[in-house]
Write a protein that binds this ligand. Structure first.
Ligand code: DAT
Ligand code: MG
Length: 132
Protein backbone atom coordinates (compact mmCIF):
# COMPACT_ATOMS: atom_id res chain seq x y z
CA UNK A 1 0.00 0.00 0.00
CA UNK A 2 1.35 3.46 -0.90
CA UNK A 3 2.41 5.68 2.00
CA UNK A 4 2.87 9.42 2.30
CA UNK A 5 4.39 11.69 4.90
CA UNK A 6 2.20 14.53 6.20
CA UNK A 7 3.32 17.21 8.65
CA UNK A 8 1.07 19.74 10.39
CA UNK A 9 3.52 22.64 10.62
CA UNK A 10 3.94 24.83 13.75
CA UNK A 11 1.29 27.31 12.59
CA UNK A 12 -1.28 24.51 12.26
CA UNK A 13 -0.46 23.07 15.68
CA UNK A 14 -0.56 26.53 17.34
CA UNK A 15 -3.95 27.25 15.77
CA UNK A 16 -5.45 23.98 16.99
CA UNK A 17 -5.97 22.48 13.53
CA UNK A 18 -4.45 19.01 14.13
CA UNK A 19 -7.80 17.34 14.82
CA UNK A 20 -9.49 18.90 11.80
CA UNK A 21 -6.63 17.87 9.51
CA UNK A 22 -6.49 14.30 10.87
CA UNK A 23 -10.25 14.07 10.40
CA UNK A 24 -9.99 15.06 6.73
CA UNK A 25 -7.47 12.27 6.03
CA UNK A 26 -9.60 9.76 7.94
CA UNK A 27 -12.77 10.82 6.12
CA UNK A 28 -11.04 10.46 2.74
CA UNK A 29 -10.35 6.82 3.62
CA UNK A 30 -6.64 6.85 4.39
CA UNK A 31 -5.28 4.64 7.14
CA UNK A 32 -3.15 6.30 9.85
CA UNK A 33 0.04 4.24 10.19
CA UNK A 34 2.19 6.44 12.47
CA UNK A 35 1.90 9.81 14.23
CA UNK A 36 3.81 11.90 16.77
CA UNK A 37 4.31 15.46 18.01
CA UNK A 38 7.87 16.56 17.25
CA UNK A 39 9.97 19.69 17.73
CA UNK A 40 12.02 19.79 14.53
CA UNK A 41 15.63 20.88 15.10
CA UNK A 42 17.83 22.85 12.70
CA UNK A 43 19.54 19.76 11.31
CA UNK A 44 16.31 17.85 10.60
CA UNK A 45 14.75 20.97 9.05
CA UNK A 46 17.71 21.49 6.71
CA UNK A 47 17.73 17.81 5.69
CA UNK A 48 13.97 17.64 5.17
CA UNK A 49 13.99 20.78 2.98
CA UNK A 50 17.41 20.13 1.36
CA UNK A 51 15.95 20.51 -2.16
CA UNK A 52 15.24 24.17 -1.33
CA UNK A 53 18.67 24.99 0.17
CA UNK A 54 19.56 27.45 -2.61
CA UNK A 55 16.21 29.28 -2.59
CA UNK A 56 16.08 32.82 -1.11
CA UNK A 57 13.36 31.79 1.38
CA UNK A 58 15.32 28.83 2.79
CA UNK A 59 16.44 30.59 6.00
CA UNK A 60 12.91 31.75 6.79
CA UNK A 61 11.53 28.29 5.96
CA UNK A 62 13.92 26.62 8.42
CA UNK A 63 13.19 29.24 11.12
CA UNK A 64 9.47 28.73 10.66
CA UNK A 65 9.49 24.94 10.73
CA UNK A 66 11.65 24.94 13.90
CA UNK A 67 9.55 27.62 15.65
CA UNK A 68 7.37 25.20 17.66
CA UNK A 69 6.06 21.66 17.74
CA UNK A 70 4.83 20.02 14.54
CA UNK A 71 2.62 16.93 14.17
CA UNK A 72 4.15 14.25 11.91
CA UNK A 73 2.06 11.49 10.34
CA UNK A 74 2.30 8.58 7.93
CA UNK A 75 -0.89 7.89 5.97
CA UNK A 76 -1.49 4.81 3.80
CA UNK A 77 -3.89 4.30 0.91
CA UNK A 78 -4.25 3.98 -2.85
CA UNK A 79 -2.39 6.83 -4.53
CA UNK A 80 -1.64 8.25 -1.08
CA UNK A 81 0.94 10.79 -2.29
CA UNK A 82 -1.17 12.32 -5.06
CA UNK A 83 -4.47 12.10 -3.20
CA UNK A 84 -2.98 13.73 -0.11
CA UNK A 85 -1.61 16.60 -2.21
CA UNK A 86 -5.15 17.10 -3.53
CA UNK A 87 -6.53 17.36 0.01
CA UNK A 88 -3.75 19.82 0.95
CA UNK A 89 -4.14 22.19 -2.01
CA UNK A 90 -1.70 24.40 -3.87
CA UNK A 91 1.55 25.57 -2.22
CA UNK A 92 0.42 29.20 -2.20
CA UNK A 93 -2.83 29.32 -0.21
CA UNK A 94 -3.92 32.29 -2.34
CA UNK A 95 -4.20 29.82 -5.24
CA UNK A 96 -5.58 26.89 -3.21
CA UNK A 97 -9.22 25.96 -3.78
CA UNK A 98 -11.75 26.25 -0.96
CA UNK A 99 -12.29 22.75 0.43
CA UNK A 100 -8.56 22.07 0.55
CA UNK A 101 -6.62 22.42 3.80
CA UNK A 102 -4.57 25.38 2.57
CA UNK A 103 -7.60 26.86 0.79
CA UNK A 104 -9.63 26.76 3.99
CA UNK A 105 -7.05 27.70 6.63
CA UNK A 106 -4.16 29.73 5.20
CA UNK A 107 -3.43 33.04 3.51
CA UNK A 108 0.34 33.12 2.98
CA UNK A 109 2.87 30.79 1.39
CA UNK A 110 5.24 31.24 4.37
CA UNK A 111 2.62 29.81 6.77
CA UNK A 112 0.72 27.22 4.77
CA UNK A 113 -0.23 24.86 7.62
CA UNK A 114 0.78 21.50 6.25
CA UNK A 115 3.45 19.57 4.32
CA UNK A 116 2.84 16.56 2.10
CA UNK A 117 5.39 14.47 0.20
CA UNK A 118 5.51 15.17 -3.54
CA UNK A 119 6.50 11.66 -4.77
CA UNK A 120 6.55 8.10 -3.40
CA UNK A 121 10.38 8.28 -3.35
CA UNK A 122 10.33 11.46 -1.27
CA UNK A 123 7.66 9.95 0.96
CA UNK A 124 9.99 7.04 1.79
CA UNK A 125 12.87 9.46 2.38
CA UNK A 126 10.82 11.71 4.67
CA UNK A 127 9.27 8.81 6.61
CA UNK A 128 12.82 7.55 7.19
CA UNK A 129 13.88 10.97 8.50
CA UNK A 130 10.98 11.38 10.93
CA UNK A 131 10.19 7.79 11.99
CA UNK A 132 13.26 5.63 12.62
P1 DAT B 1 4.98 22.26 -1.05
O1 DAT B 1 5.02 22.49 0.45
O2 DAT B 1 3.63 22.53 -1.63
O3 DAT B 1 5.54 20.93 -1.45
P2 DAT B 1 7.48 23.41 -2.02
O4 DAT B 1 8.10 22.08 -1.81
O5 DAT B 1 7.66 24.07 -3.35
O6 DAT B 1 5.91 23.39 -1.71
O7 DAT B 1 8.03 24.44 -0.93
C1 DAT B 1 8.21 24.01 0.41
C2 DAT B 1 7.74 25.11 1.33
O8 DAT B 1 8.56 26.27 1.15
C3 DAT B 1 6.31 25.61 1.05
O9 DAT B 1 5.35 24.81 1.67
C4 DAT B 1 6.36 26.98 1.62
C5 DAT B 1 7.77 27.45 1.31
N1 DAT B 1 7.83 28.21 0.06
C6 DAT B 1 7.70 27.73 -1.19
N2 DAT B 1 7.79 28.70 -2.11
C7 DAT B 1 7.96 29.84 -1.40
C8 DAT B 1 8.11 31.21 -1.76
N3 DAT B 1 8.12 31.63 -3.04
N4 DAT B 1 8.27 32.11 -0.75
C9 DAT B 1 8.27 31.73 0.53
N5 DAT B 1 8.14 30.46 0.93
C10 DAT B 1 7.98 29.53 -0.02
MG1 MG C 1 7.44 20.18 -1.42
Amino acid sequence: MERTFILVKPDGVKRGLVGNIVSRFESKGFHLAQAKLISIDQSLAETHYAEHAARPFFGDLVSFITSGPSFAMVWEGDGAVKNARSLIGKTNPADAEPGTIRGDFALSVESNIVHGSDSPENADREIGLFFH
